[in-house]
Design a protein around this ligand. Structure first.
Ligand code: COA
Ligand code: MG
Length: 293
C-alpha cells in the first residue's frame, strides 16, 4: 500500500522511515540527492541495507537512471547489498526492464545472492517517449513488482508550467498518463502504484486522492513524508463493509453454482463482481497476514 521515500544521504530520515508503518521504504539515490553527494549516499544506503537484521518493511533503492553516469555503480553496489528491489526511474519501457533484469542476474550470481531476489519497480512515465511504451511491460521480467508513474520529471521534459488544476486535480495530460500507467500495470499483471503528492501538508486532499486512486484500481501510493503513510495505508485497505459485501457476493454464487447472474440488494451481479470480490478478499487476507507478522 504505502512506499515511503527517504533521501539516501540523510541517515536520520532513512532510520526513521522504517518505523512509520510504511509497507515499503524507498531509499533514494536519484533526484533527492545532489550530484556532489551521490557517492556518499550510495555508500550510506548500501551499508544501511546490509545492516538490517530483520524487518517487516521492504527496502527498495531508487538508483539513478540508465543514461546517468552514476547508474552502473549504483546498480552493482545496490544489488550486492541485497535490497528487496530497485526502483528504476525514467524507465523507457519493457525492453529496458529486460536488459536491467539480465544485469541484475549477473550481479546476483557474482555476489552469491539468490537469483530472482531483487525486484524491479519501474517509474514508467518520466519522459515523453516513455508514455508510448506503457503497454510493453507485460512479460518483460518476473522481477517487475509493480508499475508507477511520475508527473514532475515529465512536466519538466515537456516544459509544462503546471501539472495541477486549481482544485489540485491533475491537468488532462497527467490524468491521461496516470490512466495509461494504471492499464499498463494491469496488462502486465502487476500492482499499479500511484505517484507521490508533493504538497505533504494537505492531508485532506491526500485522502481524496487516495480514495480516488483505489477506486480506479491502484493498490498503493508512494509517499514523501511520514504524515502521509497512515492515510495511504487506510485508503488502500479494504473496509469491513467492503469485505462483508465481497463475501456476500461470493456466497450468493456459491449457493447458486449454476447461475451466471444474480441479484443482491436489488442490483445485478455477474462475473466481474465475482472477480472484484475475490480481489478484495485476497487483498484483505494479505494485509491481515502482514499485520500478524
Ligand atoms: N522519511 C523519514 N523521516 C522524515 C521524512 C521522510 N521522507 N520526511 C520528514 N521526516 C522527518 C523529519 O526528519 C522530522 O523528524 P524529527 O521530528 O525527528 O526532526 C519529521 O519527519 C517532520 O518533518 P518535517 O519538519 O515536517 O519536514 P522536513 O522539512 O524535515 O522535510 C521534506 C520535508 C520534503 C524535505 C522531507 O519530507 C523529505 O525529505 N521527503 C523525502 C524526499 C524524497 O525522498 N524525494 C524523492 C522522491 S520524490
Ligand atoms: Mg524525479
Amino acid at each position: 500500500r504505502s512506499l515511503l521515500f527517504a533521501p539516501g544521504d540523510d541517515e536520520k530520515k532513512m532510520k526513521k522511515a522504517g518505523g512509520i508503518g510504511a509497507d515499503s521504504v524507498i531509499l533514494d539515490l536519484e533526484d533527492s540527492v545532489s550530484d556532489s553527494r551521490k557517492d556518499l549516499a550510495r555508500d550510506l544506503v548500501c551499508s544501511f541495507i546490509e545492516n538490517i537484521k530483520s524487518s517487516c518493511v521492504e527496502y527498495y533503492v531508487r538508483i539513478n537512471p540508465v543514461d546517468s553516469k552514476h547508474h552502473h555503480q549504483d546498480l552493482e553496489q545496490v544489488v550486492a547489498s541485497s535490497p528487496a528491489g530497485i526502483v528504476l526511474p525514467k524507465c523507457s519501457g519493457g525492453a529496458e526492464v529486460k536488459m536491467i533484469c539480465q544485469k541484475i542476474q549477473e550481479l546476483e550470481n557474482k555476489y552469491s545472492i539468490a537469483v530472482g531476489r531483487t525486484a524491479i519497480l519501474p517509474v514508467a512515465t518520466e519522459t515523453a517517449a516513455a508514455v508510448f511504451t506503457l503497454g510493453t511491460y507485460a512479460g518483460a521480467s518476473m522481477r517487475t513488482s509493480g508499475l508507477t508513474w511520475g508527473a514532475e520529471d515529465l512536466g519538466a521534459a515537456v516544459g509544462a508550467s503546471v501539472n495541477l488544476n486549481s482544485d489540485k486535480s491533475w491537468t488532462s495530460p497527467y490524468e491521461m498518463v496516470r490512466a495509461l500507467c494504471l492499464f499498463g500495470a494491469h496488462a502486465a499483471e502487476v500492482p499499479a502504484i500511484d505517484t507521490v503528492m508533493a504538497d505533504f501538508r494537505d492531508l485532506a486532499q491526500l485522502r481524496i486522492v487516495c480514495d480516488k486512486a483505489r477506486q480506479d484500481g491502484f493498490t498503493g501510493k508512494m509517499a514523501i513524508h511520514p504524515a502521509q503513510v497512515e492515510i495511504i495505508n487506510n485508503a488502500f485497505t479494504p473496509s469491513e463493509n467492503e469485505v462483508a459485501h465481497a463475501q456476500r457476493v461470493l456466497e450468493a454464487f456459491n449457493s447458486n453454482p449454476e447461475a451466471g447472474t444474480l441479484q443482491l440488494d436489488g442490483k445485478m451481479i455477474d462475473k466481474p463482481h465475482i472477480v472484484q470480490s475475490q480481489r478484495i478478499i485476497k487483498l484483505a487476507e494479505s494485509i491481515a497476514a502482514k499485520s500478524e507478522n
